[in-house]
Ligand binder design. Sequence first.
Ligand code: ADP
Ligand code: MG
Length: 577
Amino acid sequence: MPILRLTDETIGKIAAGEVVERPVSVVKELVENSIDAAAREISVAIEAGGSVLIQVTDDGAGMVPDELSAAIERHGTSKLTSFEDLSTLTTLGFRGEALPSIAAISRFSVRSRPPGHDAGAEVIVEHGLVRPVRAVAMPPGTVVTVRDLFGNVPARRAFLRQPGTEATYIGRMIGAYASAYPGIRFRLTHDGRQVLATDGQGDQASIAIAIHGPDFAGGILPLPALESALAVPGVSVSGWVGLPSLTKSHRQAMHFFVNGRWIQHRALGFALEEAYHSLLMVGRHPVATIHLTLDPAAVDVNVHPTKAEVRFHDERAAARAVQRTAHAALAGAPRDHLPTVSWERPLNRSDDHSRPLPMAIPTLPSLPPADPPPVDHGPAHRTEHPSGLPMLRVLGQIGASFIIAEGPAGMYLIDQHAAHERVLFERIMGQLAGQQVDRQPLLEPMVIDLTPEQLAMCDRSRDELAAIGFEVDSFGDGAVVVRSVPAMARGGNLAGRFRAILDELVSGGNGTSWLEAVAISTACHTSIRAGQPLSIPEMRELVGDLERSEHPRACGHGRPTMIHLTQDEMARQFSRR
Ligand code: ADP
Ligand code: MG
């Protein structure tokens, strides 16, 4: 077969395919260039999700006309002169491929004027065809304009999502960079509407609010420096993690930066989620912006065409550093971050991380005088448990689902299911740690039919289930026989509960180990349900158990166990202040 040399145009398009997958890839390359040019202000305008227009304007170092011509040449870069430079690289770019690649598949222009120069220059490239550089009037900085992306690559264009979806990807990417570079002012507009803006004042908290919404007021935990015993040599970690109560249903809000570069890295994501431990609900993921700083020689950035992935020489060390630092931040979190009822802003939040709570004013059942009201005897006789929860006096139950209780600091509304789940989870983990599991043999072993998925999960988790108290044998024909259950399991329909545990595990489970995942699911599905009427002594016992637990404020899945309405808040509601 004759071997032909490809035309430059074809080479350009093929190369562009590697760097430019979709509009967000273009925006990322251009924003990284602006950051490398030391811009203090970066504005991004897109139209129709970026397929009609992408324009990135910065106030950075700019380029003189000769540099402009070189910049759009393939492998034209000012950031690298030899391969060895890669090990000391401090810029985000180095391949010299972005501008020519983008220019090969769009109608493209760069205008640039270095500060201190009188005029700017512009070069236009139409689908790879370069027009002569000409002078233009413009303020200092650089403007890159990309129109009609993939106009000459219809196959790629056909793969684009709805403009709204492409815009979402771009918004997340800008959000990531804005939170990682709080000293730069970022602005994003889509079809003329402002989507995101930060002030460049360097304040992490206000940027988190600008990006993730008003719930993040007070919602971020700065990452502390690790004490020397825990520090991981060669890796330093900074940034912030969100409170466990502010989670997302996707992993796209966990942002990792390695030496300033935004990267995707599964192991780091796992390490972060591990730090949240049992504080996360199944299917929920943390929000975080985490910087890792390492010797550039300890990380290979040249493993991915869009530089979106890196390879650590010691990946475990990097993951360990993330996990420990995030854990330290979460452990130091204010104890009292349980949701407080705010009547001005109902808990019905914009994002999907909390179930709307009906805010009807509860009517109390008339009750015989129960416990004596809690009295605060001052620091010498603390009415607080080591858990940080005050002693509570149970007043009654609402809707057979919520326990209403009084403490020195106002009213507490406790979700009986979540509370019991927390108590059982800690009890299971305690028994496992002490290697003393209370199992209750069933007088009549129970045969349970399972779906093939449940059966496979049951096989996989046999050891963990046994450790917790479920003795299970296979019974053939898609069934198992359960001979014992954890002694703490209550109530009827054990078969249904057992299936529910397996179903939750099939959908991924939750926890830092499989054993913990099984424990969390077991606690959830063997605990008291919503809708179950409880007597006052039963409620007192449950609340007492909760007070004594180590982390009383969230169930194993991270759902809050209680809401607190302070005395002040009540007084305000009745216009007493
Ligand atoms: P790389 O970033 O890998 O060097 P690019 O193709 O992205 O390659 O850019 C080529 C060169 O153009 C850069 O090395 C830089 O010198 C110059 N450049 C690109 N964008 C800008 C900008 N916004 N401001 C100043 N110089 C820029
Ligand atoms: Mg670049």
